[in-house]
Structure formats: C-alpha cells, structure tokens
Write a protein that binds this ligand. Sequence first.
Ligand SMILES: [Zn+2]
Length: 241
Amino acid sequence: MKVELIPALKDNYVYLLYEKIGGPATVIDPSEANPVLEKLDELSLSLNKILNTHHHFDHIGGNEELVKKTGAHVYCSTYDLNRIPEAQSGLKDGDHIDLLGESANILEIPGHTMGHIAFWLAKSKLIFCGDTLFSLGCGRVFEGSLELLWKSLHHLAALPEDTMVYCGHEYTEANLKFVKSLGDESVELSTFEVDLAAKRNLGRPSLPSSIKTEKTLNPFLRAKNLADFSRLRIQKDSFGA
Ligand SMILES: [Zn+2]
C-alpha cells in the first residue's frame, strides 16, 4: 500500500492511497479537491473511494468536486451521514471496508467530534486518525467530553506499536514546544527534536509517527489518569493549538 501525503489548506494533510501507478486510489479527508485532482493526474490514478474521519470543513471540503469529477463513493461514520456532503455509506465501530484489496477496520474514536472514526489497516500497519491523535498532541474537545477523548486515545494506543500514525494536521513542532514547556528533558525527546528539525528544514512532513513514539513521548498518552489528562488538555487549550 502506498501513501501519498498531500499538503492542503494551511496545515492539513490529505492522504492518497494506491497500489500502483495507473490503478485505483482512495483518498482520506480531502480538505480541497484541486491538489488531489493534480496528484491523481500525475500518477494516472482513478479515484473510487473517499473516506472522511469527521465532518469538519477542513476534512471534507473537496468531497463535492471530487465526486462530480470522479464518481467516487463517500464513506463516513453513520453519525455524520447527514452532515457530510455527498456521504453515501455510514460506518460503525468494528465494520470493515475493502481498501484496494486490503480490509480496513473502522474504529469509533469520539471526543474531538461525536462522529469521529479512524481507518486502521492492520496488514499494512497504518492508522488514519484525523484530529484525535496528533504527533505529541491530541485534538481539542469540540463535541464530546474529555473522558470520551481519553478513552479514544487509549483505543488508539492499544494498537500494535509498529503501526504508523497518519494525523490530520502538521502540528508537531507546535506540540513539541508544549511538551518541552512541561519539563520533559528525556534523551528520547531530544532525539525526536533533532529528527524533526532535519525533516522540517528540508520541507518534509513530520508524519507519519508511530504508536510506539506516541506512547513514549506524547504527554496525553502518558497521562496517569483522566484527571491528569484533563488538566493537560485544558492547559494546552490556553497554550495555543
Ligand atoms: Zn477537526
């Protein structure tokens, strides 16, 4: 499974999945259509599925035009069926859909929004988790509760540690500042910081991360309990991002 990271809007990532040049493709969270259409053209891919992790405009903005131009089928959570443009099929926790011959597992991970889902490809060891888990961070609570988000993050943390994590935004550098403000001076964090600077200085994405990295460094996953987590998330709200 090949994953193309397409930067879109200010700091979103759209993910294009395909097996081979000239074959079928699936797109995840197309915030806008044009960069996706350009990439499809460049790689001679035909888009047949659009997957949305949640209903926020910066994850669905390209749905209408992509459906019009390619006829792709749109999947999202059953919860979001009535608020995502062009949505056709609703998904629930434990459902599977075929992605280019591989079975993708649907995980319900509410908290950022109530209808938020993730797409987990166990065989390829990939998780697409939208705005729930970020590298060194997590999403804000817009519709759910801190408790729901805490449970969802632990749902993700229970995946195999070598699972690669594809998040909805390039927030890693800002999140690192927050982690450092908490006083983390570990060798692991210093090594991460050097690697991150090397990637970003070359204009490369910081993503994907991995479940192992996030379990080691992400303060929201390392929080001891819900109270600890909640304090941290509220602190982050006023820190910015
Ligand atoms: Zn969002």
